[in-house]
Design a protein around this ligand. Structure first.
Ligand code: ADP
Length: 359
C-alpha cells in the first residue's frame, strides 16, 4: 500500500472513530465492529459493519452515519458501507432454535386475506410431506392459531428450567404469542411485546428437532413486522394475497419488507382466488389472477391459488385444519402442492446469508 492510500485509510478510521459504538461506547473503528476496510487509489472506500444479530437494528443508523463520515473524508470519492449481522451471533441464534432447520415466515400486507388459514394449512401440508413441522403464531393483533388448531383453551406448560412446552395438535408443534401478551393491552404495547418476545418464543420453547418452523406474522409491513423478521434467521417468506387490484401494492410492500432482510421470497399464494359451484362453474369474486400477475411482474415465484371454499371455512371454525382432517379434499391437495413448491424454492433460493445486510 502506498503512503497516500495508507493516509486515506487512517483518515477514514479517525472519522469512523468519531462515531460511538452503541454497545461498547468506544469509537466505531476501535470497537472492532468495522471489518474489511479498504481504500482504493481512485478514492473508493468500502467496509462492513458487523452487528450482533439480536440488536442489529441499532446499527442501521450507525451504518448511515459511518457512510456519511467516510464520504466526508478528504480524498474519498465514493463509499460502500454494508451492515451485516455477526456470523457468531447468527450461529448462536440458529443454535438457540435448538434443532430447527428452517424458519419460514408467512406474511400479508393486510389482515383478512386468509394469512393464518394459509399458514396453518401449509404447516399441515409440510407435515404431510414427512417434515417435522412447528407453527409459531406471532400475530399479536389477532392470534388465531389456537382457534384454527382447536388448542384454544389449553395453555403451554412451563418447565422447571423456564422453558415452555409447545402444544401438539394435528401433527404440529405450536405456540402462540397470544399466550404471552394480554389481549386487553393497547395495540402499540402489544407490537412492542411481540418484537421483544420473539426470540423468547424461539429460544425458550422446547421445539425439539424440527425440519421447518412456520411463523404466522402480524398482518402489515410496518416497523413491528420488519423488526420481527430481522430478529429471526429466515430461510424465506411466503406472501399471501387476494386477487384484487389492491393486491398489487400489497405484494410490492411485502416484497420490499423482505428485501430489507435479504430473506428470499419463496413465493406468493393467491387466496380466495375464485368460487366454484357444485356444477364446476368458477366465479372470480375478487377478480382474476391479480396476485399471479403481480408476482410475475416483480419476478417473485407464484406458488398457487386457493379457492373460496366452504369446507375450508368450516374447518377453520372447527379448529380442525382441512389438510390434516380431509387430506383428499381438492383444496388440501392444493396446499400440498404449494408446500412442495415452497420447499423446492427454499432449496433453490436460500443461502446462508446474514439476517441483515443493508447496502
Ligand atoms: P388473516 O390471517 O389474513 O387475518 P384468516 O386466515 O384469519 O385471515 O381468515 C379470515 C377468515 O376468512 C377466516 O374466518 C377464515 O376461515 C376465512 N377464510 C380464509 N381463507 C378462506 C378461503 N379460501 N375460503 C373460505 N374461507 C376462508
Amino acid at each position: 500500500m502506498n503512503n497516500q492510500l495508507a493516509d486515506l485509510t487512517e483518515r477514514v478510521k479517525a472519522r469512523l472513530d468519531a462515531i460511538k459504538d452503541p454497545i461498547s461506547g468506544k469509537g466505531l473503528f476501535t470497537s472492532g465492529r468495522v471489518k474489511g476496510l479498504e481504500a482504493r487509489a481512485d478514492g473508493k472506500i468500502s467496509f462492513t459493519i458487523e452487528a450482533p444479530a439480536d440488536v442489529a437494528e441499532l446499527y442501521v443508523s450507525v451504518r448511515e452515519r459511518a457512510e456519511k463520515e467516510a464520504r466526508a473524508t478528504d480524498g474519498a470519492t465514493s463509499v460502500t458501507a454494508v451492515l451485516t449481522a455477526e456470523a457468531a451471533a447468527l450461529a448462536k441464534a440458529a443454535g438457540g432454535v435448538g434443532g430447527v432447520k428452517q424458519i419460514i415466515a408467512v406474511a400479508s400486507a393486510k389482515g383478512g386475506v386468509g394469512k393464518s388459514t394459509v399458514a396453518v394449512n401449509l404447516a399441515c401440508a409440510f407435515a404431510s410431506l414427512g417434515m417435522k413441522t412447528g407453527l409459531l403464531d406471532l400475530d399479536v393483533y389477532g392470534p388465531s392459531a389456537p382457534t384454527l388448531l382447536g388448542t384454544g383453551a389449553k395453555k403451554p406448560r412451563m418447565r422447571d428450567d423456564k422453558i415452555l412446552e409447545p402444544l401438539e395438535a394435528h401433527g404440529l408443534k405450536t405456540m402462540s404469542i397470544g399466550y404471552l401478551v394480554d389481549p386487553a393491552s393497547p395495540m402499540i404495547w402489544r407490537g412492542a411485546m411481540a418484537t421483544s418476545a420473539v426470540r423468547q418464543m424461539i429460544d425458550e420453547v422446547a421445539w425439539g428437532d424440527l425440519d421447518v418452523l412456520l411463523l404466522d406474522l402480524p398482518p402489515g409491513t410496518g416497523d413491528v413486522q420488519v423488526t420481527l423478521v430481522q430478529r429471526v434467521p429466515l430461510a424465506g417468506a411466503v406472501i399471501v394475497s387476494t386477487p384484487q387490484e389492491m393486491a398489487l401494492a400489497d405484494v410490492r410492500r411485502g416484497l420490499a419488507m423482505f428485501e430489507k432482510t435479504h430473506a428470499p421470497v419463496l413465493g406468493v399464494v393467491e387466496n380466495m382466488a375464485y368460487f366454484e359451484t357444485p356444477d364446476g362453474k368458477r366465479t372470480h369474486i375478487f377478480g382474476e389472477g391479480g396476485a399471479r400477475r403481480v408476482a410475475a411482474e416483480v419476478g417473485a415465484p407464484f406458488l398457487g391459488e386457493i379457492p373460496i371454499d366452504v369446507a375450508l371455512r368450516e374447518s377453520c371454525d372447527a379448529g380442525a385444519p382441512l389438510v390434516a382432517t380431509k387430506p383428499t379434499h381438492p383444496v388440501s391437495k392444493r396446499f400440498r402442492e404449494i408446500a412442495a413448491a415452497a420447499r423446492a424454492n427454499v432449496a433453490r433460493m436460500s443461502k446462508p446469508a446474514p439476517a441483515i445486510r443493508v447496502k
